[in-house]
Design a protein around this ligand. Sequence first.
Ligand SMILES: CC(C)(COP(=O)(O)OP(=O)(O)OC[C@H]1O[C@@H](n2cnc3c(N)ncnc32)[C@H](O)[C@@H]1OP(=O)(O)O)[C@@H](O)C(=O)NCCC(=O)NCCS
Length: 296
Amino acid sequence: MDSVQVRLMREDDLASAERASALTFFEAERSTRRVSDPEVEPRSAGASEQWVDRMRFYLSVDPGGCWVAVEEGTGAGGVVGFAISQNRGRLWFLATYGVLPSHQARGIGKRLMDAALDHADGRPGIFSSSVHAGATRRYRLAGFSLHPQMRMVGTVDRSTLPAIDGLREGRADDFEWMDRLDQNLRVAGHGADHGYLLGTLRLVVSRDMTKPGYVYTDDRGRASLLAASHPETAQKLLWEALASSRGRTLVNCITTPNEWAIDVGLAACLDIGQEGYIAVRGMPVPAPYLASGHFL
Ligand SMILES: CC(C)(COP(=O)(O)OP(=O)(O)OC[C@H]1O[C@@H](n2cnc3c(N)ncnc32)[C@H](O)[C@@H]1OP(=O)(O)O)[C@@H](O)C(=O)NCCC(=O)NCCS
């Protein structure tokens, strides 16, 4: 009999799942690292805490999308794989997915993905994919289209920063129109995710409600999620993020329909690189939009 059981994740799996995630992604990043990339570092204690916090949030909002693979007798909770997905309205997204290196290529990933997709119940789906060969194989076999993503890196040349007007700090009472905007761009609003994001990130929004848009930036000024009705608004929001960046910065998750972001990055003297894929099924690649890796 198979000693690995795939079942819904519980709160008391979180510590074991975090250990499995840290090890899985450390090894995956090491094996796919390019020679020019920095050395891969083990996950920090702070990042581990954030991971557990985020998974606890997913469990509280949509527990039916959170799955683990557990092996009896492996000790310390026994989680050997996880697929954490969520439904928001008519949209399904995959927040994170992994199987311990020692357990890969044995069909555990397929069982986890099947359980998560069952929960999707035919909804359009989206997530950000690594370049790991097992992952991309699994995703394409599940019917997802893989759209290559670009990223822009470097230190902003501050002499290129334009004067930016028409923006203000965002608040919880902006969520309603932000959700309507997201419905047009990516099938469904972020719903409860906005509360989580606003708790940890800065929100900047467009004042012009005929051309709405918003961006969440982290404490280093990196755009973590950006959505806009028009490319001009998206560019303004990205410039605002770049203006608040410190040191080397990153603009991530840029797909070809979002070349407006490439144009801003190039004007700010950042370099173009390529990293992973946006995977979609039953929906187009969102634009003007820069997805969040965790909340899509
Ligand atoms: C993606 C992942 C969860 C899949 O789990 P898994 O248990 O290996 O998945 P499965 O065995 O069910 O299926 C993977 C498929 O790719 C193949 N595969 C697995 N690892 C592979 C590798 N390193 N190189 C090439 N093919 C691989 C398997 O043979 C299988 O193909 P098949 O179904 O035609 O036999 C796992 O490989 C993983 O954790 N990867 C590293 C972390 C990662 O990148 N996660 C995705 C983040 S978006």
